[in-house]
Design a protein around this ligand. Structure first.
Ligand code: UD1
Length: 364
C-alpha cells in the first residue's frame, strides 16, 4: 500500500519523523515523502531533517512563501501531478499548516483516501489561519488520528463517523521522548552563558501577535519587566524578525539587554533550551504540548488553545496578551505555586506505531 506523506513547515517535521520510522517495520506499507517547500531556510527545514533522521524527500515541490491563497494554490498545482503519477492508496497529512489543507484537497479531489494526523483540535477562533486549515482538513479526511480526547469529542460533534476517529497519542511527543537524551548533550546553554533554571525561553510568531503593532507592543511591555529579573532566550521566527523593523519595534527590543535574540535554532538545541528553562512563554501550539511532557511551566500568550489537555493536566496557562495578566501569571509561576503536571493518556512515545498498525488494517 503506497502512502504519500506530506511535510511542509517546521512543526510538521517532528510529526512526520516517527511515522517514517514506524513504516520501516511494516513491509505492507510503501511510504513516499513529499516536502512542499513551504519552509525552506536551512534552519527552518534541512537542519530538522538531519537532526531527526528523516529520509530525504522523494519530491520537493519548492513552493516557498506567498500569500495564503497563492501559497495554497501553488502547493495544489505542484502536488496534483505527483498524486497522478504515483497513484497512492492514501495521502497522509499532519498538523494544520497551509500544506496540510492544500495536499488534502488535492488527494480527495482525485479520489485518494486522506489521513489526518493531529485531527480534531479546535481553538474555536476562526481568525487563526490554522483553525480554518484544521476544520477543512478534518471535514474531508477518511481517517482521523487524535492526540487528545477533546479532538475526538470535537469530531464527534461535527458528525465524523465513530469508525474513522482514533485516539492514538501524540507523534510530536514520540519525537521528543526519542531525542530527549540526545538533546541533553547540546552545548546551547554554555554557548549562551545561561544557567539551568536561570532564564526563560520565548517564541512568538502567530500573526495575531506579531503582525499587529498594538498587540506586539503589549507583549513587549510584559517582557520588558520580566527580562529585568530573568534573562529571556528568544529564538526568533523569520516572520517576527521581519516585523520588528516594519512595525517600528526594533529599537524597543534592542534596548532590552536581557532579551537575547537568536536566529532560529535546531530541534535538539531548542529541546535543551526548553527543558532547562525556569518557564516558557510562547504562542506556539506544539510548545504547549512539549512543555507538558518536560514539566516546565508554560505561559501561552494567546486568548485560547486548541490543546486544552495541556491546561487540564499539564503546566500550561492561557494568559493572553494583556501585560498585567502576563505578569501576574509570571509572578505566580516564579513563586512555584502550581499543580504538578501529569502526562496525557497515550503520550508515551508509541503514537506513530499505533497509527501505522491502523493504516495496515484499514487501508487493506
Ligand atoms: C507557518 C504556519 C503556522 C506554523 C508556522 C511554524 C500556515 C498558515 N502557517 O506559519 O501554522 O505555526 O509555520 O513556523 O501554514 N520565511 C522564511 N523562511 C522560511 C519560511 C518562511 O524566511 O523558511 C518567512 C517568509 O517571509 C514568510 C514568513 O516567514 O513570508 C511566514 O512564513 P509562512 O510559511 O507563510 O507562515 P509562518 O508564519 O511560518
Amino acid at each position: 500500500m503506497k502512502i504519500i506523506n506530506v511535510a511542509g513547515a517546521r512543526p510538521n517535521f517532528m510529526k512526520i519523523a516517527p511515522l517514517m520510522e514506524a513504516y520501516q517495520a511494516r513491509p505492507e506499507l510503501e511510504p513516499l515523502l513529499v516536502h512542499t517547500g513551504q519552509h525552506y531556510d536551512e534552519r527552518m527545514s534541512d537542519l530538522f531533517f538531519r537532526q531527526l533522521g528523516i529520509p530525504e524527500p522523494d519530491v520537493n515541490l519548492e513552493v516557498g512563501s506567498a500569500s495564503h491563497a497563492a501559497q495554497t494554490a501553488r502547493i495544489m498545482k505542484a502536488f496534483e501531478p505527483v498524486v497522478l503519477k504515483e497513484k497512492p492508496d492514501a495521502v497522509l497529512v499532519v498538523g494544520d499548516v497551509n500544506s496540510t489543507i492544500a495536499c488534502g484537497l488535492v488527494a480527495v479531489k482525485l479520489g485518494v483516501r486522506l489521513v489526518h494526523v493531529e485531527a480534531g483540535l479546535r481553538s474555536f477562533d476562526r481568525a487563526m489561519p490554522e483553525e480554518i486549515n484544521r476544520r477543512l482538513t478534518d471535514a474531508i479526511s477518511d481517517l482521523l488520528f487524535c492526540t487528545e480526547q477533546s479532538g475526538v469529542d470535537n469530531l464527534r460533534n461535527e458528525g465524523a463517523p465513530d469508525e474513522s476517529v482514533f485516539l492514538v497519542g501524540n507523534v510530536m511527543i514520540d519525537t521528543l521522548l526519542k531525542n530527549r537524551a540526545k538533546a541533553e548533550a547540546s552545548g546551547i546553554l554554555d554557548e549562551l552563558g545561561l544557567q539551568p533554571g536561570g532564564y526563560a525561553s520565548l517564541t512568538l510568531h502567530r500573526p495575531s501577535n506579531v503582525d499587529d503593532p498594538a498587540v506586539f507592543a503589549r507583549i513587549l511591555d510584559a517582557l520588558e519587566v520580566i527580562q529585568r529579573d530573568l534573562p529571556i532566550a528568544f529564538p526568533i521566527h523569520p516572520r517576527t524578525r521581519k516585523n520588528l523593523p516594519k512595525l517600528g519595534l526594533a529599537p524597543r527590543v534592542e534596548a532590552m539587554k536581557n532579551l537575547r535574540l537568536l536566529d532560529p535554532i535546531g530541534y535538539l538545541d531548542f529541546l535543551k533550551l526548553m527543558s532547562s528553562s525556569k518557564l516558557v512563554l510562547t504562542d506556539s501550539g506544539g510548545i504547549q504540548e512539549e512543555t507538558t511532557i518536560l514539566k516546565v511551566p508554560c505561559l501561552t500568550l494567546r486568548e485560547n488553545t486548541e490543546r486544552p489537555i495541556t491546561v487540564d493536566v499539564g503546566s500550561n496557562q492561557i494568559v493572553g496578551t494583556d501585560p498585567q495578566r502576563i505578569l501576574e501569571a509570571y509572578r505566580r509561576t516564579m513563586d512555584g505555586r502550581g499543580r504538578p503536571p501529569r502526562t496525557p493518556p497515550l503520550w508515551d512515545g508509541h503514537a506513530a506505531e499505533r497509527i501505522a498498525d491502523i493504516l495496515v488494517e484499514r487501508l487493506a
